[in-house]
Design a protein around this ligand. Structure first.
Ligand SMILES: Cc1ncc(COP(=O)(O)O)c(C=O)c1O
Length: 292
């Protein structure tokens, strides 16, 4: 596994950094098989440019749309897989819609859909045309791969279907809250979220930067002050290459400077459909005190 640095404006994968990495990987004969762009916070990545590189360098694209159900890119919902092979969603309870736990992978390619179904159900198939033994009996199945149990329960699926009906309402509410945060914070010394001109975010997160240029102690002070005021702020995310597992594979501080700079000043303000105007005012006045 390898990583690509983020774009300091969009906080998504930097297509320029990806292209540079691909050029050098090609020279070394180490081109990737798969690239996984994450639609961070719900803002779509620049999928057309990524798809162009996929065509040129021969890799497959899996969109990590865990934050982006309900987002749009060039007028189409994220998940149509027009510029990718597979899109995956997370339905963890903190996400835009939930099934309690679990998620979904979708594709337009029948062979990939079949492969995912088989891998998710112990590598077992009952498709008559895939069996090596024909007419063995109605009980007969074959294990054709070493699979897993990734099946969603019917109970989770029922919750997901009911949540899906409310998706537009949830995303609309998030957009209203974001508009209000944006206007409340207009005069504050913080960087508000960028907006993709050719799409619409699903606004899973509202991430601000409180110290341009990177200042971890200052962000810590603002964070602690907000928590002391009872505001559930958070930080998304610790750069993954700095986690002990990836450090043990050789990744180091300084490998992805933009992601590290972002991390040093990022703060996620509370954002969920149940957030009221008074609560938003409380968040913003607590932030004002914390920044002071
Ligand atoms: C961007 C992103 N990808 C993947 C995941 C993993 O999702 P899950 O916990 O549903 O497997 C998360 C969960 O937080 C996420 O935020």
């Amino acid at each position: 596994v390898d990583f690509v640095d983020i774009d300091p404006k969009t906080y998504n994968l930097s297509v320029e950094a990806l292209e540079l990495k691909l050029k050098s990987a090609e020279k070394k004969g180490q081109l990737p098989k798969i690239v996984v762009p994450v639609h961070f916070a719900g803002q779509p990545c620049e999928m057309r440019r990524i798809a162009e590189l996929a065509g040129r360098y021969g890799f497959r694209v899996i969109e990590d749309a865990s934050h982006a159900i309900g987002a749009k890119y060039r007028g189409e919902p994220i998940g149509r897989c027009e510029h990718s092979d597979i899109a995956v969603f997370s339905f963890h309870p903190v996400k835009i819609i939930t099934t309690g736990e679990g998620g979904m992978a979708i594709t337009n390619e029948p062979s990939l859909a079949r492969e995912m179904r088989v891998l998710g159900a112990h590598g077992i198939t009952r498709e008559p045309k895939e069996l090596t033994v024909r007419d063995a009996g109605a009980w007969y199945y074959e294990m054709v791969e070493l699979g897993f149990n990734y099946r969603m329960t019917d109970i989770e699926a029922a919750l997901g279907r009911s949540q899906l009906k409310r998706l537009d309402e949830f995303v609309e509410r998030r957009r209203e809250l974001v508009e209000r945060y944006d206007s409340m914070l207009a005069e504050y010394p913080v960087v508000r979220p960028w907006r993709i001109p050719e799409g619409e975010s699903a606004w899973h997160l509202y991430v601000i930067k409180v110290a341009v240029g990177g200042d971890t102690p200052y962000r810590r002070k603002v964070f602690d002050s907000l928590r002391e005021s009872g505001v559930g702020v958070n930080v998304h995310y610790i750069p993954i290459h700095l986690q002990p597992y990836y450090r043990s594979l050789g990744f180091r501080q300084g490998d992805f400077p933009e992601a590290e700079a972002f991390y040093s000043s990022a703060l996620s303000l509370p954002l969920h459909p149940g957030l009221g105007e008074d609560e938003q005012r409380h968040v913003v006045s607590a932030l004002q005190r914390g920044l002071g």
